[in-house]
Design a protein around this ligand. Structure first.
Ligand code: C2E
Ligand code: CA
Ligand code: CA
Ligand code: CA
Length: 276
């Protein structure tokens, strides 16, 4: 296993990919694990594209199984959304982040990206979920609430209000996977947005054809023209990095820089926490 993936497994046991990664999980198991505190945050650095310095981190959830295995979000987030467990999951994740807040502060990152399933939250729920975390974080660190573009027009009104409330709390609103959702540009016009996360499919396809590059450039121009910060996702090689810098993208995340990692691992990468 590459180092990046090995970091996700307990170092004392062999990764048991066969028994854990392929077994479907039930709603009951998911509920039990959420309430057992088994949602674990991983952190992927977001870097300044030119210097490579860490500017922020995105929080990515993992589910720890009783046998020690660790599930990626694709194995439990859709189930949490369809079963109504997503609020409990997000709450459990936020509780873990609040426990870690002193260590997170010591990292001196400027922003923490949090994925929120907006469509699955009830009206008014987002603010109540988020504000304890906002209070726990140092003033110099703000939240980027990452919203995936599965927004239906019926929800737009509610999302506009929620977005405005989250902004009042000091959070920024980021559109995740920009360009892949339906009516993306409409969302940009309708919602309060601060950050565009350029989906990794555009980064991957930029050298495949003139069309791929033109689409990427179009997204970048659009973002610049309406004053948004741009973060490219899934940057895996130097050619992509150079091309993105040249096109004017400020920030990025990807395996070229850092994989998602545990807090201890992040502390090693970012330097030891300051001693008091
Ligand atoms: P996302 O928000 O688009 O997160 C980025 C995904 O890309 C992560 O997958 C990350 O590990 C992966 N990635 C990062 N750099 C690279 C790269 O250079 N190359 C490639 N091929 N992949 C890269 P992950 O951790 O499996 O998360 C998958 C998705 O699950 C996330 O996509 C997000 O939509 C969702 N998710 C994760 N945590 C949460 C959560 O706490 N709540 C909600 N609602 N959704 C979550
Ligand atoms: Ca995200
Ligand atoms: Ca994304
Ligand atoms: Ca995604």
């Amino acid at each position: 296993l590459p180092e990046a993936l090995r970091a996700d497994w307990p170092s004392t046991s062999q990764p048991s990919t066969k028994t854990t990664l392929d077994t479907p999980i039930s709603v009951e198991l998911l509920r039990d694990r959420i309430f057992a505190g088994a949602i674990e945050p991983r952190f992927q650095p977001i870097v300044d594209l030119q210097t490579g310095h860490i500017r922020g981190v995105e929080v990515l959830s993992r589910l720890r199984l009783a046998d020690g295995g660790l599930l990626p979000p694709s194995r439990f987030i859709p189930l949490a959304e369809s079963s109504g467990l997503i609020s409990a999951l997000t709450q459990a994740l936020i509780a873990r982040l609040i426990e870690m807040s002193a260590r997170l502060d010591a990292l001196s990152v400027q922003h923490l990206g949090l994925n929120l399933s907006w469509n699955s939250l009830n009206a008014g729920e987002a603010e109540a979920l988020i504000s304890p975390l906002v209070s726990a974080l140092a003033d110099g660190c703000h939240l980027d609430i990452e919203l995936t573009e599965t927004v239906s027009p019926a929800n737009l009104q509610m999302l506009r209000r929620t977005g405005a409330e989250l902004r009042l709390l000091g959070a920024r609103i980021a559109i995740d996977d920009f360009g892949t959702g339906y009516s993306s540009v409409r969302n940009l016009a309708e919602l309060p947005v601060d950050v565009l996360k350029i989906d990794m499919s555009f980064v991957r396809e930029m050298f495949d054809s003139a069309k791929g590059l033109a689409i990427l450039r179009g997204i970048i121009h659009l973002g610049h023209d309406i004053g948004l910060e741009l973060i490219a996702e899934g940057v895996e090689n130097q050619d992509q990095r150079q091309a993105l810098v040249k096109a004017g993208v400020g920030y990025a995340q990807g395996f070229l820089f850092h994989p998602p990692m545990s807090l201890s691992h992040l502390e090693e990468v970012q330097g030891p926490p300051s001693r008091v």
